[in-house]
Write a protein that binds this ligand. Sequence first.
Ligand code: TTP
Ligand code: CA
Length: 364
Amino acid sequence: MQNRVVMLADFDYFFAQCEELRNPAIKDKPVVVGVYSGRTKESGAVSTSNYIARKNGVKSGMPLFMAKRKLEGTDAVFLPVDHQYYEQISNRIMQILRGYATSFEQVSVDEAYLDVTGQVQGSFEKAKDYAEKIKAEVKSRVGISFSIGVGPNKLVAKIACDSQKPDGLTIVRSEEAKDFLATLPVDRLLGVGKKTSAKMGSLGVKTVGDLASYDVQKLIVIWGKILGVYFHNAANAVDNEPVQEQGEAESISRIGTLKQDSHDLAFILQKTDELTEDVAKDVVERNSSFKQVAIYVVLTDLSSKSRSITLEQPAKDKETIKKNVKELFEKFLGETQLEVRRVGVKVSDFSREEPRQKQLTSFF
Ligand code: TTP
Ligand code: CA
């Protein structure tokens, strides 16, 4: 099986970079963006700062008065957060990024996963050029720089990205992934917080490499099956979580135009079968089951119609879609003399199967 190529894009010192974008005059100064609590002029906390301010010791979460002290004697600029503006910039970048990926998952205002396996034919070599192209396009169209981590899965892409910032591009191939993680402290893995890493430390497990070679059965005894297996897999750079858009889509559909207008069932089904292939792929990717199958038809007089069937049992396979689309068209063509011009296939009414990630995050 071809390996996946997953990217994590993480925008550099995001809120502060946005401020530099609208006011380039502050670019060479320390820039601190903070939330002012309003109690006194000075009270509040640092949201983020540019790298010049960080060199002086400023950190996210630090009280503003402390950041002021660290930047005493400099021409530092302090600004209040403007979430609306950062979101506008973020949306513009996300829209560009989305166009580069087969599947896309925004995780926060300044982070997104891209599955680009198809675009680079599974090649990490090509992924490097591809990532550079993406960075260049965003830089020229929006003016924001960001770091990219590339790996065989989300877990590795994320840690790769964190390893080189700002404006970084770090590629970790499948065969390097385990070694890449091995020397890191265990708490770099998602879900290993203070308590867990202390417990692991008492077992002699300090690095991700220690965890990778620790007996998985013992991990299961201590943390239970789900977490135990997760820790074992994560430490071994194994992560099968798909890159998928957060939030449930109401429906998955595809529409296409027939090569010529037709009233012939077999000819129409050729087209709908093609569309069904794509719909079914999305269904698999989202790990969803649907309960409704629908067709959409545009006739030669340009009127449009739709018909749907509700299934007795939720389904997720393409044969169920094809069978129901066929039934819907058989019936529909019996109701009209007009020829069909465009056709669509839609599935909806999803019941999502609990993905592993959801179960895990409820633990963390
Ligand atoms: P981060 O990605 O953690 O940080 P960053 O983008 O500022 O810097 P880096 O170059 O290291 O990626 O967070 C993204 C944004 O979230 C950040 O610009 C501001 C906001 N934020 C807070 O408001 N409070 C915080 O404590 C942190 C860590 C971030
Ligand atoms: Ca960031």
